[in-house]
Design a protein around this ligand. Structure first.
Ligand code: MG
Length: 168
């Protein structure tokens, strides 16, 4: 593998883990606010981001490269409402989408075909991630932010099940 590609995949591993860390911090804040459903949603999201990092990690190993783990920053998660938290989640996903697209551009320029194939899965996944966050934002806006609405939204978010490792 070209070093340029290895470096870029290592950076993407960091991005995915950083995003996992952000969701985990959001989960902790929702626990503190007694919104267990939203906390559950964020916890599952955090777990899913680790699986994303692992797909890139394993990709490097399978191609004979060694993943080099980079520094993860302490997440900056301050929000005053569920709506704000999910708006931040959507922004985070838009950032990841941009990173995935840039990585794809590089894979094309460098003619790394296996990376292009791996990234097809991620490109689809990002469409789903943004769609999910947008859907929740729409629901919150529609329901309003009364105590009753929050209770309903939280219960809905609590239904999210953890993804299993093999799931694509
Ligand atoms: Mg991800």
């Amino acid at each position: 593998m070209k070093q340029k590609i290895i470096d870029a995949v290592n950076r993407q591993i960091r991005e995915e883990l950083q995003s996992s860390y952000t969701y985990l911090a959001m989960s902790a804040r929702f626990e503190a606010r007694k919104l267990p459903g939203a906390a559950n949603w964020m916890r599952n999201q955090a777990r899913e981001e680790v699986l994303h990092a692992m797909k890139f990690f394993d990709f490097l190993i399978r191609r004979g490269a060694t993943p080099e783990l980079q520094t993860i920053e302490a997440p900056d998660t301050q929000f005053n409402s569920i709506l704000e938290a999910f708006e931040q989640a959507l922004e985070a996903e838009q950032h990841i989408t941009k990173c995935i697209h840039e990585l794809y551009d590089l894979a094309q320029t460098e003619r790394d075909y296996p990376l292009q194939t791996l990234l097809h899965w991620f490109i689809d996944e990002q469409v789903e991630e943004e769609e999910a966050a947008e859907g929740i934002i729409d629901s919150i806006r529609l329901a309003g932010e009364s105590g009753e609405a929050m209770f309903m939204i939280d219960r809905e978010l609590g239904l999210r099940q953890p993804e299993t490792e093999g799931a694509e």
